[in-house]
Design a binder for this molecule. Structure first.
Ligand code: MG
Length: 361
């Protein structure tokens, strides 16, 4: 049989017999995560979050993924689940070893729905890591000892509850404080009444006026604040250039920085970017964003949504690459289905088991 005849014979063999779609399945499920405290930011107040959890099963190995849909981008758990199911056929028939190609196809077929894309990307890479027998940080050539300290986030609340939350966050050496409502001074005063720790502050686009932003940031500079995240609305990049020239602590873009293509125009208006798997669509895209930001001289940060340990652990495996981490979303929930990354005195401790290194909680 010459090569042409052999290829012709192969084309008549059913797909399953060639192993292309052999024993591959994909399960998508919406999971309700209950919060330890009601969570309030400038955008919402809630007692639970629904995230999408995926199980990609092939050759007896299960890759687990999670996506936490972001309301600001008009995503929710059911739209995320529908997006995943729309590419189920692609995923169960594709070769997972070609995950870069598979994810490019997923990005071209799904419009928006970045949490769904993140869940797919995480499940595929967890599967790859397990098949190779290496933790994902090792697959990416990273040293787990370089993983940064994570902040612990304090949502907007009354001064009394803010003080209580700050006391509960005692093991964390750096806190991230949510502001952006008209209670900012009272919030910071409440925090400072119980701790002298360094603070990072996130205004979540809360200040709509550039003079107000400068006034607030100049005041925060006197309060032991290391940096300020997203002081003004994402679209106000020119106003942020004006603000940037008048303040003395770094400004980090979050809502203004969703995707790799957003980053170049932020240089000069911000000092760094907050990369989140749920905003950009997974580990591969987050890697690209971190490299683009570094090439432009910007600081890098990995953040997360409120989600379970699957999503947070996936981000943590890239954290040796970044300057700052805010990977505490799993610590805010009471019924996490998995355990993965751990935190010791704020330091992220990456699991050394293959793939994400998850265990059932
Ligand atoms: Mg933020």
């Amino acid at each position: 049989m010459n090569r042409r005849e052999w290829m012709g014979a192969l084309a008549t063999v059913p797909l399953a017999a060639r192993g292309a779609a052999q024993s591959t399945s994909l399960e998508a499920k919406v999971v309700r995560l209950n919060l330890r405290h009601t969570w309030t930011t400038t955008m919402s107040a809630s007692q639970y979050r629904d995230t999408l959890q995926l199980r990609y099963i092939r050759d007896g190995v299960t890759g687990v993924g999670e996506g936490a849909p972001i309301v600001r981008y008009r995503e929710d758990a059911s739209s995320a689940k529908a997006a995943v199911l729309s590419v189920r056929e692609l995923l169960t028939s594709a070769d997972p070893w070609q995950f870069s190609k598979v994810m490019a196809q997923v990005f071209s077929r799904i419009d928006g729905q970045f949490a769904a894309k993140a869940a797919i990307d995480i499940a595929l890479l967890d599967w790859i890591g397990q098949k190779l027998g290496v933790p994902l940080y090792r697959y990416f050539g990273l040293d787990p000892r370089d993983a940064p300290v994570t902040t612990f986030s304090i949502g907007i609340d009354t001064p009394e509850i803010t003080r209580q939350k700050v006391r509960e966050a005692e093991p964390f050496p750096i806190l991230k404080i949510k502001v952006g409502l008209d209670t900012d001074e009272a919030t910071i005063a409440a925090v400072r009444s119980v701790t002298n720790k360094p603070l990072r502050v996130d205004a979540n686009e809360g200040w709509k006026d550039k003079e107000e932003a400068v006034r607030k940031i100049n005041w925060l500079e006197t309060q032991g604040v290391e940096f300020i995240e997203q002081p003004m609305p994402a679209a106000m990049i020119e106003e942020m250039r004006w603000v940037h020239r008048r303040v003395h602590i770094p400004i980090i873009a979050d809502e203004a920085c969703g995707h790799p293509g957003d980053i170049p125009k932020l240089a000069g208006a911000y000092d760094g970017v907050n990369v989140k798997l749920d905003k950009c669509g997974g580990i591969l895209e987050a890697w690209r964003m971190i490299e683009i930001a570094k090439s432009l001289g910007l600081k890098t940060m990995l953040g997360c949504m409120i989600s379970g340990s699957v999503s947070v652990t996936a981000a943590a495996h890239l954290s040796p690459l970044v300057d700052y981490a805010d990977l505490d979303g799993n610590l805010l929930i009471a019924n996490d289905p998995y355990s993965g990354v751990q935190v010791e005195r704020g330091k992220l401790i990456l699991p050394d088991r293959p793939g994400l290194g998850l265990r059932p909680a």
